[in-house]
Design a protein around this ligand. Structure first.
Ligand code: AHG
Length: 334
């Protein structure tokens, strides 16, 4: 049987009363923008899109040309549909309101336009991550930054698109996690896995081992026990993978299980961690929980973290439920 399209799935979700027309339009618009980003990343050197943009983002990180291009594609696509009140991007200091020329909607969109961008120039998978919130009922005319500071459990949708050998969209609206593959000839996202489930246990972990000496004691003990393999307390060997693009690492874990971690380390403690709560950790936590996995800071369920700043960073552990719970136990025992 021919797989259904993203639009057909969104219609199903509307008929089931799980999303409204505005959220359906929002997801369609984001997916359409991501197709444009897929085309831009796919051109590589031929499109003149590789290399540095010559600017820094709000995090003080050097922007790649494709970071800037992807950010612009998402902003432009979402400006005029009437489905949004404002957007916030990892690449911009403040939220971007919808221009006065266009109608405003009741949703807030947050995105990391091109995650893993240090991998662009070496032709390794990168991705877009997005999170959708509802604008709080009590609000003034202009959207305040505080309106975005809702815990991840308030997300009404989240997703990512991985630009790899194939382009895949992974989406949740809070009723399971679904995977779509882009049919490049037709230009449609087709549903290739409904209600994907992450295996509960795993023998594979993902972490940047070069930071090992900077980790806290519980993380040192946890990874030490994984590395000890059959001879250690875990009594089995573990494999390791690290792409360095969160989207690609999480997509592998969604597909075959595993644990992804970016823990606190001495280099990032003062910032709260490396990865961003609102643009990376929360949307991935929502997707992973909806696929039967778990997501934590090591000490608290990720989706329960009360944000205090738009660009806040957090330690991240997510993936196969049993393994995330094990990692959390090491941190709680400290
Ligand atoms: P960025 O998109 O700013 O390049 O950040 C990438 C993030 C995330 O995608 C990845 O998991 C992590 O940073 C990689 O960190 P290392 O550089 O420590 O490997």
């Amino acid at each position: 049987m021919k797989p259904i399209t993203l639009i057909q799935l969104l219609i199903e979700e509307r008929r089931a009363g799980r999303i409204n027309a505005e959220l359906s339009l929002l997801i369609e618009v984001v997916a359409r923008a991501c197709k444009r980003i897929a085309v831009a990343t796919g051109k590589g050197a031929l499109g003149g899109v590789l290399g540095e943009a010559g600017t820094d983002n709000v995090q003080g990180e050097a922007q790649k040309k494709l970071d800037v291009i992807s950010n612009e594609i998402l902003l432009e696509a979402n400006a005029w549909g009437g489905h949004l009140a404002a957007c916030a991007s990892e690449e911009m200091e403040d939220p971007q309101p919808i221009p006065d020329a266009y109608p405003k909607g009741g949703h807030l969109l947050l995105f990391d336009p091109l995650d893993g961008s240090s991998n662009i120039d070496v032709n390794i998978s990168v991705g877009t991550i997005f999170s959708v919130l509802q604008r709080p009922a009590e609000h003034g005319e202009n959207v305040a930054t505080e309106e975005f500071l809702q815990p991840g459990s308030c997300q009404v949708a989240a997703g990512y698109v991985v630009y790899g050998p194939s382009t895949e969209l992974v989406l949740t609206v809070g009723h399971g996690t679904h995977v779509f593959t882009l049919d490049r000839e037709v230009g449609s996202f087709l549903l290739t896995e409904r209600d994907v489930r992450i295996p509960e246990s795993t023998s594979e972990f993902a972490v940047n081992m070069s930071n090992q000496r900077h980790w806290e004691a519980p993380m040192q003990r946890y990874i030490g026990d994984l590395l000890a393999g059959k001879d250690g307390p875990r009594e089995r060997d573990f494999n390791m993978r690290w792409v360095g693009s969160m989207v690609a690492d999480v997509h592998r874990i969604l597909t075959r299980g595993g644990i992804f971690s970016y823990p606190l380390d001495a280099k990032t403690t003062s910032k709260g961690g490396k990865l961003r709560l609102m643009y990376e950790a929360n949307p991935m936590a929502f997707i992973v929980e909806q696929a039967g996995g778990a997501a934590s800071t090591g000490r608290q369920r990720m989706l329960d973290v009360a944000p205090t700043a738009l660009h806040q960073r957090v330690p991240v552990f997510l993936g196969s439920k049993d393994e995330v719970e094990t990692a959390v136990r090491y941190h709680q025992a400290d």
